[in-house]
Ligand binder design. Structure first.
Ligand code: GTP
Ligand code: MG
Length: 138
């Protein structure tokens, strides 16, 4: 069984979409095995998005992710990483498939409601940035 790391971003919490997005996650067969609502610090956001440090939108991304509460989660299921990426939809909501979280809820390519790990290796690294083993109840 695989785990992935998820963030419900500030544009989602601001519109009270935590429950609606969690329903989509659970209906897809993914189990929410850890969840916490936090205000991400500047240092946490910078470290989390370090791979994008050279991209032109890095500053905007870090300030967006620290602009309001986020919900960090660990999701568990068969092929959880790929399955959640499918449920999320494309980064740009204009290109996201019907029924995906980003098609339904995202505001723009930047304010796109959710994050999901892009590989099982990165999922482990990202989960460890926000949760310890005892926080996760499978
Ligand atoms: P994540 O699951 O959030 O990592 O999304 P992703 O893997 O679909 O996209 P990627 O890793 O390429 O980019 C990370 C995040 O940076 C995206 O989810 C967006 O929030 C943001 N981002 C990506 N491209 C742009 C852009 O062109 N402009 C802005 N403002 N933000 C962007
Ligand atoms: Mg990504």
């Amino acid at each position: 069984i695989e785990r992935t790391f998820s963030i419900l971003k500030p544009d989602a919490t601001e519109r009270n979409l935590t429950g609606a997005i969690n329903a989509v996650i659970e209906e897809a067969g993914l189990r929410i095995v850890a969840q916490r609502r936090i205000r991400m610090t500047d240092a946490q956001a910078k470290t989390f998005y370090e791979v994008h440090a050279e991209r032109p939108f890095y500053g905007e991304l870090v300030s967006f992710m620290t602009s309001g509460p986020v919900v960090v989660q660990v999701l568990e299921g068969e092929n959880a990483v790929a399955k959640y990426r499918e449920v999320m939809g494309a980064t740009n909501p204009a290109q996201a498939a019907e029924g995906t979280i980003r098609k339904r809820f995202a505001k723009s390519v930047g304010e796109n409601s959710v994050h999901g790990s892009d590989s099982p290796e990165n999922a482990k690294i990202e989960i460890a940035q926000f949760f310890t083993d005892s926080d996760i109840v499978g």
